[in-house]
Design a protein. Structure first.
Length: 135
């Protein structure tokens, strides 16, 4: 009976260790890339993945700047500088319905064009990627 209990405790501790190490591994804040160009591309991908939260911030300020830490394999640390700017908002085309308010085709929403400039720097190497996101 004691042998079974100790075996179950050992399995439980092993599972707890595995879960905690996986959990802490996924919360790593400094990513490693194979090149400076890949790091710059990752900056644009980061903005795309968090565009909904950034649109809220962009509604109060038309420009945002961020800095993300990174590493390049076999080299020193690098930095990704992100510059995010709203370059235009517009309602999509629609139809006017007689006797009622203007209703854009497909509902009332506004498209926003956002310019993203991602610059990765490691030592003397610099790479820049620009993208326009329409949401």
């Amino acid at each position: 009976n004691a042998l079974l209990t100790s075996l179950l405790v050992a399995i439980g501790l092993g599972l707890l260790y595995a879960v905690l190490t996986k959990f802490f591994y996924t919360t790593e804040t400094v990513k490693t890339f194979s090149s400076v160009r890949e790091a710059a591309q990752s900056g644009v991908e980061y903005v795309i993945s968090s565009i909904d939260q950034l649109k809220v911030q962009l509604s109060s300020s038309p420009e945002l700047a961020m800095t993300l830490p990174c590493k390049i394999e076999g080299r020193t640390d690098c930095i990704i500088e992100l510059k995010i700017k709203t370059i235009g908002t517009k309602a999509p085309h629609g139809q006017e319905i007689s006797g009622s308010m203007y209703e854009p085709f497909g509902g009332t929403f506004v498209q926003t064009a956002i310019l993203v400039k991602s610059t990765a720097m490691s030592g003397s190497q610099v790479s820049t990627v620009e993208a326009v996101i329409r949401r």
